[in-house]
Design a protein around this ligand. Structure first.
Ligand code: FAD
Ligand code: DHB
Length: 390
């Protein structure tokens, strides 16, 4: 049996960032991750980072490469049935976002974690949580065939949507809210020059598309696909053809195709489990909530959660007060629900819904027209996109 102050389940962005925020406060912690580090780095996900998230990465010394290599975007473009419009984040809010991949953030956090000397156990199998309502909860797991136990003061469940930590909470102590969308996103990463200097969100009768990037030479594209689709049905050539059909003529002309480095399908879901606490267990990131990717909020919410949680734990260890811990769930959920609303709204605005009537489609177009003709409407989008205050 080993002992630590905070046991963290999951070495995604939430777990790794929390570990280092606690380290900065001198709080001992151990991270348990089911997969290998290489596997975690192989998942291509988020790309848009809010300033609040950058601030937290700054505070743990994990942002040097982000500042050197990340691309600052002052605006984004929205293409509606072949016509492009620009939303100027800088002019509307005074702020911008940074394009820097989740893979790179994870790599940078893994590096500062290793340098800090705090323990991270990769390939920790069969993690289970016990005695959550006692003063000394216990985490059990298996490593290299041997059973291990960690006694701790608190557990942070940062283990993503299929979280064992959330499942350790009795069902009658948790309320869940969910919306499943009737489509998915097919994503493709390629070593090709992006079609534009800024992201293009595309609303098209054939379905949504997104032109994003990871660097001036690496593009990330998404197209709305059917939930029944499999990757095998989408050879690269079919992906590029379908993407081109959804783009405006300028973007189509600039589109450089090439072999995919990665290709995957993600279902779209909105989900919130509340409260984000059960006795000595705190949930953070995707373990507690999921947003559809439109609007790029998932990773940034994981960051704000662990920002609040680390501050609450630091207050407890410094002063003995549980005030921050007692209000953590309420505080985190306030920001979570605002991001849930925005992600649902962006998704509804830009996708083709198979069950939409002609009335629904006309309202969608009217909403877009309003967005492009009203500074107030554009500001509402920009304010949420660059990130509400942490
Ligand atoms: P995860 O990244 O899921 O990490 C959880 C970790 O826990 C994993 O490493 C997992 O292996 C581990 N784990 C799971 N179960 C166990 C267990 N039993 N024991 C031990 N370890 C366990 N967000 C944005 O902000 N901007 C974007 O642009 C954006 N784009 C996206 C695009 C796509 C296609 C997708 C799918 C997501 C996107 N997101 C985006 C969302 C973002 O990727 C997630 O919200 C983010 O990864 C959440 O981080 P997390 O640490 O909470 O969870
Ligand atoms: C990316 C993903 C998103 O969901 C989004 O809204 C913007 C960018 C990306 O992976 O680059």
């Amino acid at each position: 049996m080993t002992r630590t102050q905070v046991a963290i389940i999951g070495a995604g962005p939430a777990g790794l960032l929390l570990g280092q925020l606690l380290d900065k406060q001198g709080i001992d912690n151990v991270i348990l991750e089911r997969q290998t580090g290489a596997y975690v780095l192989g998942r291509i996900r988020a790309g848009i980072i809010e300033q609040g998230t950058v601030g937290l990465l700054d505070s743990v010394g994990a942002s040097a490469r982000l500042h050197a290599e990340g691309l600052v975007h002052d605006g984004a473009q929205v293409s509606v049935d072949g016509t492009r419009h620009r939303i100027d984040f800088r002019a509307l809010t005074g702020r911008a976002v940074t394009v820097y991949g989740q893979t790179e953030i994870t790599r940078d956090l893994m590096k500062v974690r290793a340098d800090s000397g705090r323990a991270t156990v990769y390939e920790a199998r069969d993690v289970s949580l016990h005695d959550l309502d006692s003063a000394t909860p216990i985490v059990r797991y298996e490593k290299d065939g041997a059973r291990q136990e960690i006694a701790c003061d608190y557990i942070a469940g940062c283990d993503g949507f299929h979280a064992v930590s959330r499942q350790a909470i009795p069902l009658n102590k948790l309320t869940t809210h969910e919306r499943i969308y009737p489509f998915g996103w097919l994503g493709l990463l390629s070593e090709t020059k992006p079609v534009s200097d800024e992201l293009i969100y595309v609303r098209h009768e054939r379905g949504f598309a997104l032109c994003s990037m990871r660097s001036p030479t690496r593009s990330r594209y998404y197209i709305q696909c059917s939930l029944a689709d499999s990757i095998d049905a989408w050879p690269d050539s079919r992906f590029w053809d379908e993407l081109a059909l959804r783009l405006d003529s300028d973007a189509r002309r600039n589109l450089v195709t090439g072999p995919s480095i990665e290709k995957s399908i993600a279902p779209l879901r909105s989900f919130v489990a509340e409260p984000m606490r059960y006795h000595r267990l705190f949930l953070a990131g995707d373990a507690a909530h999921i947003v559809p990717p439109t609007g790029a909020k998932g990773l940034n919410l994981a960051a704000s959660d662990v920002g609040y949680l680390s501050a609450a734990l630091a207050e407890f260890y410094r002063t003995g007060s549980t005030r921050g811990l007692d209000t953590y769930s309420e505080r985190a959920l306030r920001r979570v629900w605002l991001a849930e609303r925005f992600s649902w709204w962006m998704t509804s605005l830009l996708h083709h819904f198979p069950d939409h009537s002609s009335f629904d489609r006309r309202v969608q177009l009217a909403e877009l027209e309003y967005l492009f003709s009203s500074r107030a409407a554009a500001t509402a989008l920009a304010e949420n996109y660059v990130g509400l205050p942490f």
